[in-house]
Write a protein that binds this ligand. Structure first.
Ligand code: SUG
Length: 431
């Protein structure tokens, strides 16, 4: 049966801003207080989606939830009309209010852990929605993402969408950003690597708990999962997710040498499990350079004509050691034979590169039919989304603007127009 991998990118929401909400995420902390450009951010994301579509890679999109999230604030005791709830929260608990304004759902690599049908006990694709319990603003996404993914992956014959894991921090789960699948091809049985942290007393939080990874593997009935502890130095340099220091696709694992605590043990195990594995490690790229350039947050995608492309953030071209590493990767004997540079600077300034912005879902041709196909992109849908963003997304937001009721109305109206547009996407596009 033929399999494809669909990349579902998060559409950047109209409230994108730099409120410094993620400790341990160097870019989020560094750019706190800067002016953000939501319209430009969403257009950059859409342009990346277009580049992937042009390469012949199937592309979907995931809309943002409604923000500011007055409904979420009601759960904490704020009452009244939407404007009253938001106004009271802004006055009484600014941090909570800012969390309710975040557009962080754009980083859909954190939406869920996706366990591919060939690897699960019942032969269905399992999506375990991430609870994002370690960051307040991100935890607000979880139930909305559960509803969205349940709607899209709707056919129970092909998909099982699991609710976010309960029990908060002890099961802190950040989804696919800490999961790698290696296989001879997308349709073959794969080796699932779950990368996690553990409390080690560093200054930066370790956001993926091993327990959560184990639960995800159990929920999908994944056989022989591999668990790997993130390198301590990597976490404390700002690699708050594994996908900041490693990326895998089919037979290729591209990683920073300090990505994993037990590098040799992991590579030996993977080589034993997957003959034909290419482990590609960089030389001469420091962890600091890896984190500032986001080289390893490139998307690594299989091309229809064979070979793989690395979809790199523009920042990778700006650090000489990083660009030299890219040239070495391209020249070496491995399937990666193309490098394509994309500009997602607005997202990067909050710690999200090309790979953070997408959730990859490998599916069979039959499973594709079991999805709500309005969320698959074709040229016409892409164009319609772009026009909507151009017309309705705010141009600029400084953190203080978040408390302005005019911005709430603008953002909520933009979101309503998006929902209406998607409702009208009736025809199934050709992939
Ligand atoms: O969770 N940034 C996100 C970035 C997530 C990147 N995802 C992956 N690596 N897969 C985070 O830290 C910043 C929000 C702010 O500061 O306003 C933020 O949430």
């Amino acid at each position: 049966m033929s399999f494809v991998e669909v990349n579902f990118d998060g559409l950047v929401g109209p409230t994108h801003n730099y409120a410094g909400l993620s400790p341990g995420n160097v870019a989020s902390q560094t750019n706190y207080g800067e002016v953000a450009y939501p319209r430009a951010a969403a257009l950059q994301g859409l342009e990346k989606m277009r580049v992937l579509m042009e390469l012949g890679v199937p592309q979907g999109f995931l809309p943002p939830p409604r923000r500011p999230a007055a409904d979420a604030l009601r759960a904490y005791g704020f009452r009244g009309s939407e404007a009253e709830v938001l106004g009271a929260a802004a006055a009484e608990d600014l941090a909570l209010f800012r969390a309710a304004c975040s557009a962080s759902s754009m980083w859909r690599a954190n939406a869920a852990t996706v366990l591919a049908a060939p690897d699960t006990a019942d032969g269905r694709t399992h999506l375990v929605v991430a609870n994002l319990a370690s960051m307040l603003h991100r935890s607000l996404e979880a139930q909305e993402t559960y509803a969205l993914l349940s709607r899209i992956f709707r056919d129970p014959e092909h998909f099982a969408v699991h609710a976010p894991l309960p029990a908060g921090r002890h099961f802190s789960d950040e989804g696919a950003a800490n999961h790698m699948r290696l296989a001879t091809d997308h349709g073959a049985r794969g080796v699932n690597v779950f990368v996690h942290g553990e409390p080690r007393g560093g200054a930066f939080p370790e956001r993926q708990s091993r327990r959560a990874s184990e639960a995800a593997a159990r929920l999908g009935g994944v056989q022989d999962p591999v668990f790997a502890l993130q390198g301590m130095a990597a976490v404390q340099s700002g690699a708050f997710h594994n996908d900041v220091v490693a990326v895998a696709n089919e037979t290729v694992l591209l990683a920073h040498p300090e990505a994993f605590e037990d590098r040799e043990g992991l590579f030996d195990e993977l080589a034993r499990r997957l003959p034909g594995l290419h482990v590609v490690e960089t030389e001469g790229v420091s962890l600091a350079e890896a984190v500032s350039s986001y080289l390893f947050n490139s998307q690594l995608v299989s091309l229809p004509e064979g070979g793989m492309a690395l979809i790199l953030p523009a920042e990778s071209c700006e650090t000489p050691s990083v660009w030299r590493a890219v040239e070495t990767i391209l020249a070496a004997n491995n399937p990666i034979n193309r490098a394509v540079v994309v500009d997602v600077r607005e997202s990067m300034r909050n710690g999200g590169g090309p790979a953070c912005l997408r959730l990859r879902v490998p599916v069979s041709a039959a499973a594709l039919q079991g999805m709500d196909r309005r969320y698959l992109l074709n040229a016409a849908r892409w164009e319609a989304l772009m026009r909507l963003v151009e017309a309705r997304w705010p141009e600029a937001i400084a953190p203080d603007d978040l408390a302005d009721p005019a911005l709430w109305s603008e953002a909520l109206a933009a979101h309503a127009s998006l929902e209406k547009l998607i409702e009208g996407f009736a025809d199934a596009p050709r992939l």
